[in-house]
Design a protein around this ligand. Structure first.
Ligand SMILES: [Cu+2]
Length: 394
C-alpha cells in the first residue's frame, strides 16, 4: 500500500477511535445490535464461540455464573457483576479473534412478539422452541449444555408456556426507566425485575436457570441490559455514571464491592474503563421488529413479517413464573411489586395513546432516531476526513 495512503488511513481512523472510548484504550470494543453485524462478522463471532467451546472453556463461564447465583442477582452488584462478566467473556473471544466483540440483542425491538424475532433464524441463533431437540442447523447446530444437565441439548422453551409473554416496550424502558432521575438501586432493581427477568423466563429451558450462559443468547441479552445501564448513566445533566447504592435491597454497598466475575465495582462503573462503545440500532434493525415505530417501519414490518401484529396499544410483559423465581432463588415479593408498578406505567401510557398520543411521537423514540442520525454524521465526517487527508497526501 502507498505509505502516504497508510498514514492518511491511520490518522483518520485514530481520530475516529479517540472520539469514543477512554483515551487509554488501545482499541475500542464496538458493540453493535446483532442485526447490524455483517454476514462475515456474524460468522466470525460464532466461529470464535465455537472455538471457546471446543477448547473446553465455555463451561467455565457457565460455572462462574452458577456460583454467583446469590451474589449477583437481586443485589447491588447485579449490573457491575454482569458488566465485568461480559468483558471477561469478550476478552476470551478476542484470544481467538481480536476483531470479535459481543453484539447486543435489543429485544425491545421485538418486544410485542419476541418469538418472531429475526434472531431465531439460522443466520443468527437458530430457533427450536417447539421441541427439546438439539438445534438441527445454524451456527449452534448440535450444541450441548455444560455444568448443569450436562450433555442435554441446548434448547429453548418458548412454546412450553403456551402464552409467549411480551417484553418491555422501548417507549416504557426509555420513557419511564432510563430518563427518570432515580437512585442507582431504584433503577437497577427495576431493570432487573421488569426488563431482564422475563426475557430469561420466556425463552425458557436452560435460559430460565442459573446455567443460562450455556445459550449464547445470554450474552446478547446481557449486553443489552448493560447498554440500558449505560444509557441511564449517560443521561444528560446527571451524575448517574458515579451512582451506586444498595438501598432497594436494604444493603450497604460501596464502589469497593468486589464482583466474583473478576472486577471491583469502581473499575467497571463506566464502560469507558472497558473500552466499550455501544452503537445504536440501525433503521434496518428496528425495521425487523414488532413494535409500532411509525408508518414507514410498519409497512416494512408487514412486508417482511406479515404475521407480526402491530399493536395499537402496548402489551405489558406477563409476571414471571413462580417456577422461575424458585429456580433462580429470587425474592418474590420484590419482583411482584415491581411488576405491578411496571404494569401501571404501561396502562398510563396506553391511556395516553388512547387519548391521541402517537407512539412514534414519544420522546424516547425520537431520541433514538436522533442518536442514529448523530452516528451517521460521525461516520460521514470520518469518511470526509479520510478523503480529504488522502487527497492532501497523494
Ligand atoms: Cu446472571
Amino acid at each position: 500500500m502507498n505509505p502516504k495512503l497508510l498514514i492518511a488511513l491511520t490518522t483518520a481512523l485514530s481520530l475516529f477511535a479517540s472520539s469514543d472510548a477512554a483515551s487509554n484504550c488501545t482499541k475500542t470494543n464496538l458493540r453493535k445490535e446483532i442485526r447490524d453485524l455483517t454476514h462475515s462478522e456474524r460468522a466470525a463471532l460464532f466461529a470464535a464461540m465455537q472455538s471457546v467451546k471446543n477448547a473446553g472453556d465455555w463451561g467455565t463461564f457457565v460455572a462462574t455464573h452458577m456460583r454467583a447465583s446469590a451474589e449477583a442477582h437481586n443485589t447491588a452488584v447485579f449490573l457491575p457483576w454482569h458488566r465485568c462478566f461480559l468483558s471477561k467473556f469478550e476478552q476470551r473471544l478476542q484470544q481467538v479473534n481480536p476483531a470479535v466483540t459481543i453484539p447486543y440483542w435489543d429485544w425491545s425491538i421485538d418486544s410485542q412478539a419476541p418469538s418472531k424475532s429475526l434472531i431465531w433464524t439460522d443466520d443468527y441463533l437458530g430457533g427450536n422452541f417447539v421441541t427439546d431437540q438439539c438445534l438441527p442447523s445454524g451456527y449452534l447446530k448440535g450444541w450441548k449444555n455444560e455444568q448443569y444437565n450436562a450433555g442435554t441439548c441446548l434448547a429453548r422453551g418458548f412454546t412450553v408456556n403456551e402464552t409467549v409473554s411480551t417484553f418491555a416496550h422501548p417507549a416504557v424502558i426509555y420513557g419511564s426507566l432510563i430518563s427518570k432521575p432515580t437512585p442507582f438501586s431504584t433503577f437497577a432493581s427495576g431493570l432487573e425485575d421488569n426488563c431482564h427477568n422475563i426475557v430469561h423466563d420466556t425463552i425458557g429451558n436452560i435460559m430460565s436457570t442459573m446455567a443460562s450462559p450455556n445459550d449464547p443468547v445470554f450474552y446478547f441479552h446481557h449486553a443489552f441490559i448493560d447498554k440500558l445501564w449505560h444509557d441511564w448513566q449517560a443521561q444528560p445533566a446527571t451524575t448517574n455514571v458515579n451512582k451506586y447504592d444498595g438501598a432497594a435491597w436494604g444493603t450497604t454497598n460501596s464502589v469497593n464491592d468486589y464482583c466474583s466475575s473478576g472486577c471491583t465495582v469502581k473499575d467497571v462503573l463506566s464502560i469507558d474503563q472497558l473500552c466499550v462503545v455501544y452503537q445504536e440500532p440501525s433503521a434496518f434493525a428496528i425495521s425487523t421488529g414488532s413494535i409500532d415505530m411509525g408508518s414507514n417501519i410498519d409497512n416494512q414490518n408487514s412486508a417482511q413479517n406479515g404475521t407480526i401484529p402491530i399493536p395499537t396499544s402496548i402489551i405489558p410483559p406477563n409476571p414471571v413464573s413462580d417456577k422461575f423465581i424458585q429456580n433462580m432463588g429470587l425474592n418474590a415479593s420484590s419482583i411482584r411489586s415491581h411488576e405491578a408498578n411496571f404494569k401501571a406505567v404501561v396502562q398510563n401510557l396506553n391511556q395516553a395513546i388512547a387519548n391521541g398520543t402517537n407512539l412514534s411521537e414519544l420522546p424516547s423514540i425520537h431520541n433514538r432516531i436522533a442518536s442514529n442520525a448523530q452516528q451517521f454524521a460521525k461516520i460521514s465526517s470520518l469518511t470526509f476526513a479520510l478523503i480529504a487527508t488522502t487527497m492532501l497526501l497523494l
